[in-house]
Structure formats: C-alpha cells, structure tokens
Write a protein that binds this ligand. Structure first.
Ligand SMILES: NC(=O)C1=CN([C@@H]2O[C@H](COP(=O)(O)OP(=O)(O)OC[C@H]3O[C@@H](n4cnc5c(N)ncnc54)[C@H](OP(=O)(O)O)[C@@H]3O)[C@@H](O)[C@H]2O)C=CC1
Ligand SMILES: O=C(O)[C@@H]1CCC=N1
Length: 274
C-alpha cells in the first residue's frame, strides 16, 4: 500500500514507543523517505536508518523540515526537548505528544503562539497493530489536526477521542494496561509451577487462555460478568478460585493500582518529574 499525501512526519525521541509507531506507519503505507527521526545517541540513529530506511536528523532540523512532529521522549525530558525545538517550530506545524502526564498547555506555552498541539496516549500493542491510542486536542488544534493524528495512530490500532481532562485516567487504563496483563500472566504461570506444571507449558496455557478470553471479550458482545459466569460452574473449580481472589482483595488492589497510575500522571503534569 502507498499513501497519496506526502506529509513529512518526524518522531522526536525514537525509543520504544517512537520505534513502534514508526514501524507501524511504514507497515501502514508511509514512505520511509517522508519519515524523519531524532535520537540522543548516534548508534541509535544508525540502527533506525538501517532498520527502516528513515532519515535521522537533529531536533532543530526535524522542526524545520517536518509538517508534523511527534514528541516521544520521556515526560522528564520534555522541557529540554521543547527548549531545543522552540526557536524552530512555527504555528503551521502540528505537534503531537505521546508523553504521559504532559499537558497540551505545557507544550503550547513553550512553543510559538497558536501552535496546534494534540495529546495522544498510545500503548505498546501498536507493535502488532492492536494498539489503543487516546487522542485529545489542545487549544489551537483543529478537527483536521485530530484527523491527521487519527490517521497516524490508526495505522497501528484503534483510536478514541476524549477530553483532555480524561487523559490521565486513560493513561492508567490503556497506556499502562498491557503491563497489568503481563503481570497477571507472570503470576499465573508461577501458579502453574506450584501446581507441578513445567514452566513452558504453564506459560503456553495461560497465554492461550488470555488470547481466547480477549477475543471473546472483544467479539462476543457479552458483558465480562456473563462471560465469567459461563466459566463458573456450581460447586465447581472456578468459584473456589474466585473466592480466593475476593478474599485477597484483588478487585480492590486493581482499583487502587489504577488510581495510583492516574495520580502519577498528574504528578508528571505538575512538574514532579523525579
Ligand atoms: N512505553 C510505553 O508503554 C508507553 C510510553 N508512552 C510515552 O512515550 C514516551 C516514550 O516512552 P518509551 O518509548 O517507553 O521511552 P524510551 O526511553 O524507550 O524512549 C524515549 C527516547 O527519547 C530519547 N530522547 C530523550 N531526550 C531526547 C532529545 N532531547 N532528543 C532526542 N531524543 C531524546 C531517549 O534517548 P536515550 O535512548 O539516549 O535515553 C530515548 O531513546 C514517554 O513519554 C511515555 O510516557 C506512552 C504510551 C505507552
Ligand atoms: O509507565 C509509563 O509512564 C508509560 C506511560 C504509559 C505506559 N508507560
């Protein structure tokens, strides 16, 4: 597939998320010649050039040459990156930030007046085109800016528009979400070991249970309670496990965990970057 538009897009701070996005855009038909990347280290720049055929440039050159700038550095590095970009970014550029916690206002106040800024929270399944990217407009971002962001992130999964006030909650749910599932798989594999299964078999069983359950959740249209009830036979095995999960406060632990993730996003926004 090839694209008809020839927008130049730069990914600034091309680490795990930046690279996942880049590879997805190329799979989605973006020409490597239209993609610029910036890195802090030369060997990383060389690696990206070799792997994808994209062009590594300085942050200043990215700002001068690209129509759309995707900021994908850590929140802790954002102020410094914006300082480098500010003299070169004009208000005809679109700036998209993928950083947790960082608000569009934080970016707007450091760039030229009226620069359109869009905030996006993706997640790592963008690597397998099953990402979830939550999108919010800053004060100068038009509908066209949101559509372009959806075009870019839609190449690697689903997108959802939300008011920016919901971004920290969405970060806790879907930005960090994959980590909770990996944590569960890890813990359930340990349980398999306890029950006497070899690690590789326990892992395969849990992963396939997770894949099957995920597809049913997505495709059956059934509520998760109904799906769980279908597994839970009277006086059977599952209800004994559910009783233990409730006894150990797993539901409360998940609610507290996501609240803590949401709160950390708020801290990052307020400049508490430690
Ligand atoms: N990982 C995830 O699951 C998700 C992450 N995010 C967000 O994405 C962003 C990136 O996260 P992630 O990819 O995990 O982090 P990484 O550390 O893997 O990537 C960030 C990259 O930015 C580079 N960098 C930092 N400062 C500069 C600069 N001034 N110029 C050029 N490059 C720079 C770093 O270089 P160096 O390698 O030298 O440190 C690093 O390679 C974060 O803001 C995070 O909140 C959003 C959703 C999910
Ligand atoms: O842990 C983090 O801060 C990043 C943002 C969402 C997922 N990973």
């Amino acid at each position: 597939m090839s694209r008809t538009t020839s927008q130049k897009v730069a990914v600034l701070g091309t680490g795990k998320i930046g690279e996942a996005l880049l590879s997805g855009m190329i799979r989605g038909g973006w020409a490597p010649a239209d993609l610029l990347v910036t890195t802090r280290r030369q060997e990383r720049a060389d690696e990206l050039r070799t792997r994808y055929g994209v062009t590594p440039v300085s942050n200043a050159d990215a700002a001068k040459r690209a129509d759309t700038l995707i900021l994908a550095c850590k929140p802790q590095d954002m102020a410094k990156l914006l300082d480098e970009l500010a003299p070169h970014v004009t208000a005809d550029r679109l700036v998209i930030s993928a950083a947790a916690g960082i608000t569009t206002a934080f970016i707007e106040e450091r760039l030229a007046e009226k620069t359109p800024v869009v905030r996006v929270m993706p997640n790592t399944p963008v690597l397998v085109d099953e990402g979830m990217s939550v999108i919010s407009a800053g004060s100068h971002a038009t509908g066209d800016a949101l559509t372009l962001a959806e075009d870019i992130f839609g190449a690697v999964g689903k997108t959802l528009r939300v008011p920016e006030t919901q971004q920290d909650a969405c970060t806790a749910l879907s930005g960090s979400g994959p980590a909770y599932f990996y944590f569960l798989v890890e813990a359930m594999t340990d349980a398999g070991i306890l029950l006497g299964l070899p690690r590789d078999k326990a892992h395969d069983l849990i992963v396939q249970a997770a894949v099957g359950a995920s597809v049913m959740l997505r495709d059956s249209g059934e509520h998760p309670v109904k799906l769980r009830e279908n597994v839970t036979s009277p006086a059977g095995t599952t209800i004994n496990a559910i009783r233990e999960l409730e006894n150990h406060g797993v539901r409360a632990a998940l609610i507290a965990a996501l609240e803590a993730a949401r709160d950390r996003g708020r801290e990052l926004a307020s400049g508490n970057n430690a």
